[in-house]
Design a protein around this ligand. Sequence first.
Ligand SMILES: *Cc1c(COP(=O)(O)O)cnc(C)c1O
Length: 335
Amino acid sequence: MSCPSAIAAGPATLPVSPAEVEVAARRIAGRVVRTPLVASAALSRASGHPVFLKLETRQPIGAFKLRGAMNAVLALDEAARRRGLVTASTGNHGRALAHAAREAGVPAVVCMSALVPANKVEAVHALGAEVRIVGRSQDDAQAEVERLVSARGLTAIPPFDHPDVIAGQGTIGLEIVEDLPEVSAVLVPLSGGGLAGGVALAVKALRPSARVIGISMARGAAMAASLRAGHPVEVVEEDTLADSLGGGIGLSNRYSFALCRALLDEVVLLTEDEIAAGIRHAAEAEGEVVEGAGAVGIAALIGGKVSLDGPAALILSGRNIDETLHRRIVKETAV
Ligand SMILES: *Cc1c(COP(=O)(O)O)cnc(C)c1O
């Protein structure tokens, strides 16, 4: 018999526990949006099973990463809060950390190379973080992060391979099972695996029969290649519409790889055309602006890459897509 108030401890070998997700949920309650899970009439009709969309697009920075960043910031002790935070992410994690830090009254530095486009620099600056422009590559920016950690004692919070970040993302899984106790499949965008690992941790603890399916682009899917190899591997990064899913998982990955390996039932890879069709469907049939990474669940379903045997929840992970690109994808029948 399962106990509804406390979720069972996971297998002893997992590096993060379901109980940590529950702690995160209490910690970030009221600081992030408890997002709606809305029925999709079009996808339910097409798949023959009830399909629901988890709208992480409604978070203040337009993506779920606020959950993990907020949990990590609030977990810091007083001394670490005073010294502040640092990251080199210019994407959704950088924005999330800047927003969470400002909300919590903690100083944050985001290191970027001189090649980062002005609109990205401005977006992070507008969220109240100090922007440091250093060097001409992401590696230069990361080196500056490490320098600030040792020189000024700042705390670096990585985008996915961190227990508090993973537990924060996992709160999405808790909310899905709360709102849809009979869920039989959860479709999760997959890059570094903080989101998929955390969500799977929560979903499997509360509803062990539910499948959790990770979805990436076929172009440069580092977690998929690592799961196949049985250990973290590097892949060549390529341009993709799902740009938030790009990047490696880190050769010395400590948490997210083990969770994904233990808990994901399946990993599905998508072509660029399939991702474009997902973005288009979200706009036309669901009235939702989503970025490529946020559209992969819809894309997998309408592309016939996932088959359902009961109610499904699709995580729409973010909405931060260039407007011109979005308009072009929605208008055209092919990209
Ligand atoms: C970061 C991100 C993901 C992937 O999350 P991981 O924890 O790296 O797997 C998916 N969608 C969006 C919009 C993101 O910003």
